[in-house]
Design a protein around this ligand. Structure first.
Ligand SMILES: [Zn+2]
Length: 333
């Protein structure tokens, strides 16, 4: 093996709608990338196989093979045990109600050590170290996508609480409100998460509300309302899509402002599939929607779109492969 190749690392971001893989050099520049849809059927092994193939494709683009990489990091939804590399209860993924040894499985498939961390946690750390959060010591990352994930950095250090901190999507913004995909009621994610919005849109559509959302979905050969489908429907001024996204923005404003009231962080970084796609105009709208709920409304936090963009989660995952001693007995959740 050549020493230059050994300096390369891999990162895989496992999202609810897509799997993204990158290979980065020692300066964290992306030298290979690949993406594919997250399987909607099957089980954890089918998902893991797609992850492995995506990473191998990214490695090929970087002129190397996966077993030549120094290490690979994975950002995964669900309950992640970093020590064992296992992922449990990733409910937005097919057949993933139990526990799967994702790290060991991928390590076998890729021929290199694999570290697994929480997807939102790694994306927040990436933004704090390399992206829009660089100028700040304390920030929260809000990842507006299939769900609404959150990550917290306080005084330059990630805050994990007892292991489950940052679940900003489950801030209750309306007591006894809409049912959330977590089974509880009134969570911010029940109004703003892509999965929850899709459930609501399908129900409204079945009840006779006129919308082109599903026509656009079929036209683009999709079987779910991806961020791109929402974007197209908004552009076409579809009334239901507009209404549901307006409702999501209001929910994000209330939930994020509440988190800021508690932590008084310097900045809020908005990422995720919807956050990155809608970009700055929507970050400004969310900032407006926060105002009525902010205690220090004369001193709001800085608001930014995630600077590492769509591949930020995968770059963060690659960062994880450095900060975590891969395969060590470090205590995780
Ligand atoms: Zn919830």
């Amino acid at each position: 093996m050549s020493p230059t190749k050994r300096a390369l690392r891999g990162g895989i971001d496992l999202g609810g709608t897509k799997i993204q893989a990158v290979v980065v050099d020692s300066e964290w520049n992306v030298v290979g990338q690949s993406r594919r849809p997250t399987p909607t059927k099957g089980g954890p092994e089918d998902v893991a196989r797609q992850m492995s193939e995506a990473l191998q494709e990214a490695a090929k683009e970087a002129g190397t093979d996966s077993d030549e990489l120094r290490a690979v990091g994975v950002g995964s939804p669900g309950d992640v045990n970093t020590a064992a590399g296992t992922v449990s209860q990733a409910r937005n993924l097919p057949g993933w109600d139990g526990t799967f040894e994702l790290g060991p499985w991928l390590s076998d498939a890729l021929g290199t050590p694999v570290a697994v961390g929480n997807d939102v946690g790694v994306a927040t750390e990436a933004e704090a170290k390399l992206g829009a959060g660089k100028p700040y010591d304390s920030l929260i990352g809000v990842f507006w996508g299939t769900g609404v994930g959150g990550g917290i950095v306080l005084n330059g250090e990630p805050w994990h609480g007892r292991g489950a901190a940052g679940e900003i999507g489950h801030m209750v913004i309306k007591k006894d409100g809409a049912q959330c995909t977590c089974g509880r009621h009134g969570c911010m994610e029940a109004y703003a998460g892509r999965a929850a919005m899709e459930i609501k849109a399908r129900k409204e559509h079945e009840d006779g509300t006129k919308t082109d959302l599903f026509k656009i979905m079929e036209k683009h050969g999709r079987d779910r309302l991806t961020s791109g489908i929402w974007g197209r429907a908004l552009k076409a001024k579809d009334p239901l899509a507009t209404h549901l996204i307006d409702r999501a923005v209001e929910a994000l404003g209330a939930g994020i402002a509440s988190a800021v009231n508690l932590l008084d962080v310097e900045a809020v970084i908005i990422g995720g599939g919807l956050g990155v796609r809608f970009g700055d105009p929507y970050v400004q709208r969310i900032a407006e929607a926060m105002k009525p709920h902010l205690f220090t409304d004369d001193n709001p936090p800085a608001m930014h779109v995630a600077a590492l963009g769509d591949f930020g989660g995968a770059i963060g995952a690659a960062l994880l492969s450095e900060s975590h001693k891969v395969g060590s007995a470090k205590k995780g959740r």
